[in-house]
Each structure stands twice: as C-alpha cells, then as structure tokens.
Design a protein around this ligand. Structure first.
Ligand code: APR
Length: 320
C-alpha cells in the first residue's frame, strides 16, 4: 500500500512541529508548503536528516508552489499570522481571511479529496471560510481547537489532583476563545466526574472554577510567556491526533470545530462539538443534551462565532 501524503500549509512554528510528529509517527510522506522561500525546504531537509537517527521512514520535502500538494490525503493548515501579546485571536481575522482564500484555492485545485484540518486563528471563523473557499464537503474540513483546549484542561486537572494526565478526561465545547465551555460534569478522573471529586474533597469548587478560567486563557498565558508568538507544541500534537484518526480510521471521539447543520440548534456554522473522526472524515456529531448554564454558555459562544462570520462576510463579500 502506498504511503499516505500529508501536506502542511504553513511551515512556521506549528508547521515544523507537525512535520516532525508526522515523521516520528510514520503517518506518511510530508510536504511542507509556505510562501516564505527556503523555509519549508530547509525545515524539510533538517527533519529528513533526523530520520536515520530516530529511525523513521518518511520522505519530507518543502515547496513554494501549490502543485507540490497534489493528491494529498491530509492537509493541515497553519498559514497566517499568530498572536502577539495583547492581541486576541479575533485581531488576526482580516489578515488570515485573505490567507484562507489562497489556501482554499490551492486545496481545491490540487487535492479536493483530502481531509483538511485548520489550525489558523480565529479558528471557528477561519475553518468556516476555508470550507467555503475550498468547496470541499463540510465533513472533510474540520478545525483543531477542542483537542487542544481539553488537553490544557486535562493538564491543569492532573496537576491539581497529582494524578496521571492519562487518567484525566475532559470535555470542552464551544468556540476556541474566551467563550469556550469546559463541561465539568463530563470531565473525569478515571471515570469519576469532577463534581463528585469536589464532594470527595479532592478539590474545591473555587479551585475548579479557577482551573476552568485558566483553561479559557490557556493560549494567552503562553503568548504572554513567549512574547514573540503563540503555542505550537500542543496545537501540533492535537492536530496530529486528528489526522491519525482519519488516516487509520480509528474513529476517535474528539472535540473539534465541526460544521453544524441543525445540530445543537445551529445552522451553517463551525463550533467545537464532540465528533467521530474516521476514514469518512467527520462521521458523526455527538449531540449531547446541554443543561441550563451549559446551554447559555454554548449559545454565547455560538453568538461570538456568528459575530466573526459577519465580519468575514463584510470583508469578503463572496462569503455573504
Ligand atoms: N500561504 C502560505 N503560508 C503563509 C501564508 C500564505 N498566504 N501567509 C503566511 N504564511 C506562513 C508564514 O510564512 C509562516 O511561516 O505561515 C507560517 C505561520 O507560522 P508562524 O508565524 O510560526 O505561526 P504559528 O505559530 O505556526 O501559528 C500559525 O496557527 O495557532 C494558529 O494563531 C496561530 O494563526 C496562527 C497559526
């Protein structure tokens, strides 16, 4: 069986890390693409030269021409600009929307059968625009946010409880931003829901609330520390988990920004919900019933995404 081909649009901090992880996990051959000349070629060659040491077989190449992504099975998009301290993800909208237009065109012309994972921020708006610009089926274009947000939540919870990160599960819904909705009743330590752990005295409601807030601010915390860019190791790991589920038809149930057409009472909008990712792309959306406050928070998150889509439509009237 031929090796899978993974195209990475954007060869910056996340793009380089994606290439490294895709190689280490032998997910397939990797093409790094970027508008910056030399960057994708240099990173590809450097990573290729690590493969004899780490013992993985993956042909890595770099390109500045979209023809290089022809026939890709998976495309992961990080092209655009990241945040600097003081910026919100939404501040990136104008610049990154134009980038999505050219990326969408490149995908449409060269690999219309690919499974596309968008990472570029503001995520929920960029993945929506990318699907429109590329014209790919809605279940083949998905946004990476929930896996990262829930990984941040899991990390903070494991720190608080002093248990293995592997035994902590977390459930995060909504947009990738200040309005994300971490669902504590569906988040557990080895199956025990967080509210029960509060009752058991493992933590207090106040501590739990501050962990939820730290999760919401998780991206900004890293931007504030790095000062020159935003997080890249965990975002790359999250997207690779999604790509692997598609390529290996694992049917993982992962929180992703998925296209909703009526589910959760939302139409033609991408927002974070649990989905099954397998060989068919987004094969199923897990439509859980939200309770009072959860529903209010989810609706608020959806409204925030709608505001971003309106901004996209006014910048690029072809989207209206
Ligand atoms: N086409 C292809 N690549 C582009 C384009 C374009 N039109 N415009 C910019 N790029 C490239 C840049 O040259 C750069 O190499 O995208 C890359 C972005 O890399 P970084 O600046 O290192 O940003 P990174 O940290 O990887 O984040 C990328 O993901 O999480 C989001 O908010 C983040 O939107 C940002 C994106």
């Amino acid at each position: 069986m031929a090796r899978s081909k993974i195209a990475l649009i954007g060869s910056g901090q996340i793009g380089g890390t994606l290439a490294h992880l895709a190689g280490l996990k032998e997910l397939g051959d990797v093409v790094l693409f970027d508008i910056a000349e030399g960057t994708p070629q240099g990173k590809a060659l450097d990573l290729y030269q690590s493969s004899p040491i780490d013992g993985f077989d993956s042909r890595l190449s770099g390109a500045n021409d979209y023809s290089a992504i022809a026939g890709a099975d998976v495309v992961i998009v990080t092209a655009g600009v990241p945040r600097k301290p003081g910026m919100s993800r939404d501040d990136l909208l104008g610049i990154n929307l134009k980038v999505m237009s050219s990326v969408g065109q490149g995908i449409k012309e060269n690999c219309p059968d690919a499974f596309v994972i968008c990472i570029t921020n503001p995520l929920d708006a960029m993945v929506w625009a990318l699907q429109k610009f590329s014209g790919l089926p809605e279940n083949k274009v998905v946004g990476m946010a929930g896996v990262l947000d829930s990984a941040r939540f899991r990390t903070f919870l494991a720190m608080e409880f002093d248990v293995s990160v592997e035994d902590v599960t977390a459930f995060v819904l909504g947009g990738h931003g200040d309005t994300m909705v971490p669902l504590t009743r569906y988040s557990t330590v080895a199956g025990v829901p967080l509210p029960d752990l509060v009752k058991l005295g493992w933590t207090t409601q106040e501590k739990l609330d501050s962990i939820v807030q730290r999760t919401r601010d998780g991206g900004a915390e890293i931007v504030g520390l790095l000062k020159t860019g935003s997080a890249f190791y965990a975002p790359a790991a999250a997207a690779i988990q999604m790509a692997e589920s598609y390529l290996k038809d694992k049917k993982r149930v992962l929180p992703c920004a998925a296209h909703l057409s009526g589910q959760f009472g939302v139409d033609d909008l991408y927002v974070g919900v649990p989905v099954v990712i397998g060989a068919g792309g987004v094969e199923r959306i897990v439509e859980i019933e939200l309770q009072g406050e959860e529903k209010a928070q989810f609706d608020k998150s959806v409204d925030a995404v709608k505001g971003l889509l309106d901004a996209c439509k006014s910048i690029d009237t072809s989207l209206a």
